[in-house]
Every structure is written in C-alpha cells, then in structure tokens.
Design a protein around this ligand. Sequence first.
Ligand code: EPZ
Length: 416
Amino acid sequence: MDNYFIKGGKKLSGEVKISGAKNATLGILAASLLCDEDVTIENIPDVRDVNIMIDAIKSLGASVNRVDRNTIVINAKNINTTFLDNKEMGSIRGSYYFVGALLSKYKSAKVIMPGGCNIGARPIDLHLKGFNALNANAFVENGYIIANAENLVGNSIYLDIVSVGATINIMLAACLSQGSTIIENVAKEPHVVDVANFLNSMGANIKGAGTDTIRIKGVKSLHGTNYSVISDQIEAGTYMILSAITAGDIIVKNVIPKHLESITAKLLDMGNTVITYDEAVRVIGANKQLATSIKTMPYPGFPTDLQPQIACTLALAKGDSVIVESIFENRFKYVNEIKKMGAEIEISTNTLNISGVDELYGAELTVSDLRAGAALVLSALAAKGDSKLVNIEYIERGYEDFENKLLALGADIQKN
Ligand code: EPZ
C-alpha cells in the first residue's frame, strides 16, 4: 500500500488541466450498453472507479477497446448476461447505473448492491421507486438489486429528495420505454446534464436536463455515438481551493466556469481573487483566508463533494466559520484527522463550527474517503512541516494523476 509523504508550507502556482468528470463517466459507461453499435467515449478519467466500471462492462460480454488512456470504444451487442456479481463492483457507487441500463435494454438486471464512499446511509429507495413506476418489479434481496419488467412504460415520477443517482438511473431506464416519462425535482448537476446529452447523442429524446423537470419520450432503439465527457467540476473546485489554502496562484484549465460559480463565490467571500476566462479560472489565494458560512446543497448550490476541502481551508481562516452539510449524514470523518494538525473544529450533528487558527502542523493522517483524502492532502500542503497520509487508494478512486498534477504546481509530495 502506498502512502503520500508531503512537506507543507509552499505557495503553489502554475497551470493544471482538469480531467473528464468521474461521475459523468460512470453514468455514460452504463448508458453505452443501451445500443448494439460502437460507442466512442473520449476524455474519460483514468481513475479506479471508472476502471472498475470498465472491467464490469467486459464481464457482461461487451467488447471494450481502450484506444488510448482516455478514450474507449464499447460495443455491447454481445452482452450475454444481466447478472453482475463482481466483488469490486460492490465497492463503487456507480454500479447502480447498470440496473437502469440493463433493465432498459434487456428488461432484467441483478446487480450487487453498490458501495462507494462511507459518508452515511446511502439508500436507493428512489431508484427502486422510479423503476417500479416504469412498470418494473425492482427490489433489494440478499445484497443484490433485482429488477425485471415485461415492458417498461413511461410515467410521472416525483423525487422527494434531489438525487443525482436516482435521476440518472431513471433516465437510463426510461429512454427505451413505451410512451413518455416526466421526472420532477431532479438533480441538475453538470454530470446529470452530460449523461442526458450523451443519451441524446445516441438518439434518445430527453429534454429539460439541467432544470427541475426532465421529460423523456421513449424511443425504440439507440445508435452508436462519439462523445467527449465534460470536465470534472469537483476536481476543478479542488484545485481552486488548493490555490486558496496555499496562498498560491493557480490557473485551472479545461473547465466550464459556469459550473464553478458557487465555489468562485465562496472563494471571493474568503478574500481570494478569482479571474474567469472562457475555459479557465485563475485563483490567487489571499495570504489569510476570511471566515464564512457555507451550506452544502444540490447544484447550483455549494457541492457536498467540496465540503471537506473548503472546511480545511476555513480551519486556517481569520475568525469563526460554520459549515452545514445538508446532503450526507456522516461526511465529517476527516475532522479528527485535521484536528491532529492543530485545527479547532467542533461537530454538532450536521454542522461544523470552525475557529480559525494561524497554522496547521504536519501529522500522520488516515484517509477515510475520496474527498476527505483530497482535503487532507490540501491541508498537509498548507501545513508547517511533514505529513504522511495512509489509505491514499481512496484518493485514486477519483483524481487522475493527483500527485503528478500537484508536483507540477510545485508541491513537495512523494508517493511510496
Ligand atoms: C452522487 O452520489 C455522487 N456519486 C457523489 O459523489 C455525490 O456526493 C452525490 O451524488 C451528491 O452530489 C456518483 O455520482 C457516483 P445522491 P449519489 O443520490 O447518487 C439521498 C464523490 O465523492 N437519497 O444525489 O449516491 C441520499 O442519502 C461522491 O464523487 C435517498 O434518500 O447521491 C443523500 O442524502 C461521493 N434515496 C441525497 O439523497 C435514494 O434513493 C443525495 O444523494 C437516493 C439518494
């Protein structure tokens, strides 16, 4: 098992190019099973969760040709099973998208229950509710999601909680169904829109992605496509916050600045300078961050996936900050770790009360999940002295070339 060894205290500067969006790619990979022709997907990030999904696609009998590190061609015409029981699949979240895709195309799916980051209870009731509304019989039994249907039939579905996963999964299931489906109170995240755009490029008829209501007219079949995944909003936000926490000067390239507005707004509140270009943002970090209040919200609100990174930055701010985590019930596991570095943070149910300190100090830190891991790396880079991070494989689930990109910005980080 590798560790990161980090010497902190340097102002990081330079340019970083953002990779394709992990969470869009997971949906798109499953969606690529919906036709029998070649589907070429470009700009996929070479990260662990994506590679596990690709292996699962192979195990179903589809052909996968990795043209280069970030481009694959999938052809699903020879799929010979709708049963996915791969242990690794159970370790990622995106595996639930195979249920929507296989149900849509083959009217049957049995998929091991999804795992993913341990950030609290992560029910899938809304996914099942959606499938069942489309005339399927979907349920969980003995650790598997099972879904069967004679015919999928469009319906009106209201999601009582805004859910990225349920929105994408119901879209997958509905696009080959009979008739029309209306899904209300859907997630509007950029990756939801990207999956809808991908499906439309295969011939689906999906309207309204990015608004509160998605309307889908079922079509008989889908065709091959050539599609490039959007850039990763959360990776981009992580490097923007890195510039702030290290008082650096980083140009984050290959981004859609509109998707970064909630992050930009908070970094400005915290005293940083943010300059927006057509496809890049430059963040010039303030020498001292200012305290602020943040509540995580579905898009276009401040993303839960950047909550740990911004909290660690506020640990070094002047004054007291409050963060309310409103999406996941247990996304504060990193707090005990950053306290080892001298941070003063108290947890009260879903709220963090942060009293800014002047310095963080290097420590041995254990990573508990993907974004917590990124946050601890950022903290270690800003801290005085040396840190060692263990369990860094969590970080590799979602950040392509993390240490190389950091090295190019001047970080002192070694993996071994
Ligand atoms: C997706 O998880 C992302 N994962 C997460 O990314 C991200 O944190 C999250 O969306 C929120 O943006 C993938 O895309 C693979 P949700 P997901 O359904 O789909 C509740 C990362 O670090 N809910 O939007 O699991 C749920 O408990 C990660 O990249 C139900 O109650 O999240 C939560 O409170 C981790 N019933 C809220 O909805 C359901 O059936 C939002 O969860 C589904 C969800």
